[in-house]
Design a protein around this ligand. Structure first.
Ligand code: ADP
Ligand code: MG
Length: 623
């Protein structure tokens, strides 16, 4: 008995600090947020030894008088909310009144502040919760908070700190988030949120210094594009090369998005930045919407780069759900999801995302000799092509010829390789008909002249995309047209496989495939869709059975249908290594015009790489 005691305040603060302050970067975040909430237009962050020795944040915000300064470091003290109703519409970055007290319980803190309208500055020092009196001092207006020796009385926590470089990486990340989030008016009045357009020139002057070396200097009068280019040197300084931009405002949600083109996609989602009213947030609905928006535009294992700036009324979401305020709860998450998805998807689908070729830089030697000799030119082109083929391997490299007998023909299904047209090793590229401006190379790619240069098309990927779109359109309108086979094709199957086919009978019928039992363990294909003529019926049905048994149980109807159509398009499409006649190439190019979104195959790989005349002219030093 008598085991339960009331913790003293410093213990309570230390426990709170455990939630909020994970590492030096968390301190930087909290202090910078306070500066922004104080209306600062200039913030200087100075770090020593990855934040272990010193974190100093200095601003020109509204400052605090002696009384407020004494209070600011107490637990549960804040100037940002007062009543219950304030909690339902939080317009500031902070509101919990915990950060300064938590930090002061685990480090040595010195805070100096002078309000804008006062000539007096004051200072307070705290050493791990041990607070001294507020004393007058001299200082410019604004606030400077210095944190020394973070966690020095908590060896267990200090031990978890990584090298200065690693801690600096985390600090830089926080700095970047604040630099981008604050670029848009954080202190917008709630009423204005829906109507006021984004100001593109509303940034803070910000610097970040480590051990006396300046890492970032951002000036306030910078456009968003300039700021992103400065923060992320990996992107081209000309943002339009790597990004497309879109904006929409509907039902109280304003979206401004910079969407990375597929060429700048990444292997993780680190380069997805979502800001809600200036606050960096992580949200699974929004991440999902971004992913969905790029469906079919990026390979499934790639992540798009995206900067999303959202504005909506503060009362439409709750920030009071996570100690570090990185998560919010939307009252209408479905609406947010569908609006973001709609806005992004529409922009992405409406954009020509053809991959632009990156030609290797020209060698100075070649330039000095004057690149006039035709030999040089062709060797340069050959180099460029070689480079291109190295980077963009054909989707499928095996030589595959379709079954000998072809029974059907459809606008988008080629008789793949007639017996008479087989040239397994066609050394001389086939030149198109007199007026046609294309040729097939390596039986896998089509080079087509365009108005401003030429494109290289991956024949399999493009045809796959065309088939996929065609299949989806027809399936959503009903079912695929079916055609009786002259001779039914039979195949053997296990009981489990027969079960799978039975369970999915409706889907199979929709695909225009007619199956009839043909013996105890045998099934016969009686009819098959002409649209899939590029695939061998038995082969197709067997793969379909495998797919249905592997993925069927885990997917909803829509997801499963999509998988099936993907597979169907892939199997029925022209293969890499397949020789095409002029008329077949022409048909492919005509079908491309009729189909939307042909710059990527259904798996998101590029179908077409574009070389512009200006690229070529630059390479040949003509400009
Ligand atoms: P919160 O930000 O949640 O209110 P903090 O512990 O971070 O809580 O800060 C407590 C209070 O101290 C703030 O509400 C604010 O009034 C004041 N304050 C903190 N930092 C600054 C600053 N840089 N400039 C002016 N006032 C500040
Ligand atoms: Mg705060």
């Amino acid at each position: 008995m008598g085991q339960i005691v009331l913790l003293d305040q410093n213990m309570i603060n230390m426990i709170a600090a455990g939630e909020v302050i994970e590492r030096p970067a968390s301190v930087v975040k909290e202090l910078m947020e306070n500066s922004i909430d104080a209306g600062a237009t200039r913030i200087a962050v100075s770090i020593e030894d990855g934040g272990r020795r010193l974190i100093s944040v200095s601003d020109n915000g509204r400052g605090m008088d002696a009384e407020d300064l004494g209070r600011a470091l107490e637990p549960h003290t804040t100037s940002k909310i007062k009543t219950n109703s304030d909690l339902r519409a939080i317009s500031t970055l902070g509101f919990r009144g915990e950060a300064l007290a938590s930090i002061a319980s685990i480090a040595q803190v010195r805070a100096v502040s002078r309000p804008k309208d006062s000539t007096e500055a004051n200072c307070i020092e705290i050493d791990c919760g041990d607070k001294r009196d507020v004393t007058p001092c001299s200082a410019d207006y604004g606030t400077t908070i210095q944190i020394r020796d973070l966690f020095y009385k908590l060896p267990a926590r200090r031990k978890f700190l990584r090298t200065a470089n690693t801690e600096m990486t985390h600090i830089v990340e926080q700095f970047i988030r604040i630099a981008l989030g604050s670029h848009f008016a954080v202190n917008h009045k709630n009423e204005a949120l829906e109507t006021e357009p984004f100001s593109n020139e509303h940034g803070l002057d910000m610097t970040l210094t480590h051990n006396g070396r300046e890492l970032y200097r951002l000036v306030g009068r910078q456009t968003l594009h300039e700021r992103i280019a400065k923060l992320f040197p990996i992107f081209s300084a000309d943002m339009s090369e790597d990004f497309i931009e879109t904006e929409s405002s509907e039902k109280g949600l304003h979206i401004h998005a910079l969407l990375g083109k597929p060429s700048v996609s990444r292997t993780n989602s680190k380069f997805q930045y979502v800001f809600l009213n200036g606050r960096y947030i992580r949200d699974k609905f929004i991440s999902h919407a971004i992913k969905e928006a790029y469906r079919g535009i990026l390979e499934p294992d790639r992540f798009p780069v995206a900067f999303l700036f959202l504005r909506m009324p503060y009362q439409d979401y709750d920030v009071n759900v996570h100690p570090t305020k990185i998560e919010v709860r939307f009252y209408n998450a479905n609406l947010i999801h569908s609006q973001i998805l709609g806005c992004l998807r529409e922009r992405l689908l409406g954009t020509d995302l053809q991959t632009r070729a990156k030609l290797p830089p020209t060698t100075p030697a070649l330039a000095s000799k004057g690149a006039t000799a035709a030999g040089h030119r062709s060797s340069e082109i050959a180099d460029a092509m070689a480079e291109f083929f190295k980077k963009h391997k054909p989707v499928q490299t095996q030589q595959q010829f379709a079954p000998a007998q072809r029974k059907h023909r459809d606008a988008t299904s080629f008789p793949a390789g007639h017996g008479t047209e087989r040239h397994a090793h066609c050394a001389v590229p086939q030149i198109g008909a007199a007026e046609a401006k294309f040729l097939q190379i390596h039986n896998s790619f089509i080079v087509e002249q365009t108005d401003d240069g030429f494109v290289i098309i991956d024949q399999h990927a493009l045809h796959e995309r065309i088939l996929y779109e065609n299949l989806s359109r027809r399936i959503s309108a009903g079912s695929l047209e079916s055609q009786k086979l002259l001779i039914p094709e039979s195949f053997e199957l296990t009981e489990a496989q027969a079960d799978v086919l039975n369970t999915n009978a409706e889907l199979i019928e929709k695909l225009g495939i007619e199956l009839v039992p043909f013996g105890p363990k045998t099934m016969a294909i009686q009819a098959f869709p002409p649209l899939l003529a590029g695939a061998a019926p038995v082969d197709f049905v067997q793969d379909l059975t495998d797919l249905l048994s592997d993925k069927g149980p885990g997917l909803d109807t829509k997801g499963l249908l999509d998988e099936v159509l993907n597979m169907a398009a892939c199997k029925a499409a022209i293969k890499a290594g397949q020789k095409l006649s002029d008329s077949e190439i022409e048909q492919l190019l005509v079908d491309r015009q009729r189909t939307e979104l042909t710059s990527r195959c259904p798996h998101g790989r590029p179908t077409t790489i574009r070389f512009s005349m200006s690229d070529l002219e630059k390479q040949f030093k003509r400009t």
